[in-house]
Design a protein around this ligand. Structure first.
Ligand SMILES: [Zn+2]
Length: 275
């Protein structure tokens, strides 16, 4: 499943390539699952729109669209990659991958394609005269200030790991970055969120932003691998200190990393460094 830094990388890559391009024609496949609103409505809204820019909101990719000649967005096309979705920029002669659900023909001669074998991804069109601009359900974790971050957890009677994964609190923090930031902050994943001390929350806030920004910086160097017709390959992963390192020595103290299941997710931590 693409995590926030990966989605940021894809959004930046698509933005670099398609900012200012215009959508000429839209083809959608026959599977209905990817479409949050009817495909006919989406294609009618997309055709002839200019792509003003593409950016990330949580784990969604948002294309800001305008009628030609306008600088103010009048619509948005929102892509959520789900488990296996890919957003590709290619030439029309590029091989059409199986499970391609959308092909947008662009004035530059390129195509934007959405491919998703498992169909958990979603495509949504919002006309901004009728709908609110998309903001996502929670707060953006890479920019949230410390005081707002601390407020999210106040009085919460659930494990801090579960709170980090709760998308209505922070939008886009996935399993890897929750485990890695809790390790860096020295906090056990099972601790009750509402009982974590201010100094620890400050460490967690710094650690979460650090791991996300670091992964985004690493991902930035592999942008081209993401948006060519070959799809997903070569995303530089953050070097994991605990995630999927069960039984291996902690990089700080040498104690074997433990794995538990918390909020339904595999959770990795060092029993000595994290308290
Ligand atoms: Zn340790």
């Amino acid at each position: 499943m693409p995590e926030l830094p990966e989605v940021e990388t894809i959004a930046r890559g698509v933005d670099d390539r398609l900012r200012g391009d215009r959508i000429l024609e839209v083809w959608f496949g026959s599977h209905t699952q990817p479409f949050k609103n009817p495909p006919a409505e989406q294609s009618a809204g997309l055709e002839s729109k200019v792509i003003l820019g593409v950016h990330r909101v949580g784990k969604h990719i948002v294309c800001e669209l305008a009628t030609p000649g306008n600088e103010t967005p009048s619509a948005q096309w929102i892509v959520h990659l789900g488990m296996t979705g890919r957003l590709l920029v290619t030439t029309p002669d590029g091989l059409v991958a199986p499970h391609t659900h959308a092909r947008l023909t662009l004035a530059s001669g390129r195509e934007m394609r959405f491919v998703d074998p498992r169909r958990f991804g979603r495509l949504e069109f919002r006309a901004l005269e009728n709908d609110q601009a998309f903001t996502g359900p929670g707060t953006e974790p890479t920019t949230i200030p410390l005081d707002a971050f601390a407020r999210l957890f106040r009085g919460r009677k659930l494990a801090i790991k579960a709170a980090l994964l709760n998308q209505t609190l922070l939008h886009g923090v996935g399993n890897i970055y929750a485990d890695e930031s809790l390790f860096r902050a020295g906090i056990r994943p099972r601790r009750m969120a509402g009982r974590i001390k201010p100094a620890e929350l400050a460490r967690l806030h710094a650690a979460l932003q650090e791991v996300l920004q670091h992964a985004i910086a690493l991902g930035g160097s592999s942008v081209s691998d993401y948006v060519d017709a070959n799809g997903v390959r070569g995303f530089f992963q953050l070097e994991h200190r605990v995630y999927l390192r069960t039984g291996q020595p902690c990089l700080v103290c040498g104690t074997p990393i433990r794995r538990i299941v918390l909020a339904g997710r595999g959770t990795h931590y060092c029993p000595v460094c994290q308290r």
